[in-house]
Design a protein around this ligand. Structure first.
Ligand SMILES: [Zn+2]
Length: 225
């Protein structure tokens, strides 16, 4: 099977973004007399950290940031403790495998966007380099040495968790709404600066939010064959 990748590239340069406001549309109120719209099931994501790379704090920030980004677009998402049908797996690697033809600055890739099993992979090394974290310098470490958990100060754990959460949120949109293009602003931008990865209040822009809601509503529709 041919795997298709969509890489999430990162530029060291700041983007010329004029507005960082997160999409915060008003509540959707059903019109009187209309049947209630079926409430979509929340997206379910399972985060795997098989190398135990993240501290519990960073892991917590990661999940909170993904839930926050989707919640701001009024799309429900929940992290689950077990994989299974319909659950999207996201796995953290020390580095993405060399055999994958992705740019070294790619922090995340989504696989199965256009068919096949869906999966997301994140690179801790690329995220650390993007944030300029000191523990990114691991060039001399042998691949056989089991990477140790990040022992970062609290503020750096928070930045790392939020940045990885934003990359995961970006890749989740590719996964569930593959027709959503990269946007000029917000989390679906093709390249995110360090600021976009960590500054408060960064969310999906209006276009990505529309795609996301459309996809989430479609997932709630009963299967008709
Ligand atoms: Zn992308």
């Amino acid at each position: 099977m041919r795997l298709r990748f969509r890489s999430f590239l990162l530029s060291g340069a700041l983007l010329a973004v004029s507005s960082f406001a997160a999409a915060s549309p008003g509540p959707l109120l059903p019109a009187a007399g209309l049947p209630a719209v079926p409430q979509p099931e929340p997206l379910r994501v399972r985060f795997y950290d098989p190398y135990r790379l993240l501290s519990p704090e960073a892991h917590d920030w990661l999940e909170k940031e993904v839930v926050r980004a989707f919640g701001a677009s009024e799309v429900g998402l929940t992290f689950v403790g077990r994989g299974g049908p319909g659950v999207i797996p996201a796995t953290l690697y020390p580095e993405l495998p060399d055999r994958w033809d992705v740019a070294p600055e790619a922090i995340g890739v989504a696989i199965g966007v256009h068919g096949g099993p869906r999966s997301i992979f994140l690179s801790l090394g690329a995220a650390e380099r993007a944030l300029g974290l000191p523990l990114a310098r691991r060039q001399n470490s042998s691949a056989k040495v089991k990477p140790r958990s990040r022992r970062l100060p609290g503020s750096q754990s928070r930045r790392l968790g939020i940045a990885l959460g934003r990359v995961l949120a970006h890749e989740l949109v590719h996964t569930i709404a593959p027709e959503c293009p990269h946007t000029r602003h917000g989390l679906m931008a093709e390249r995110l600066s360090r600021r976009m990865l960590t500054a408060p209040g960064i969310g999906f822009d209006a276009l990505a939010t529309r795609h996301l809601r459309h996809a989430a509503a479609g997932m709630a529709a009963p299967e008709t064959g």
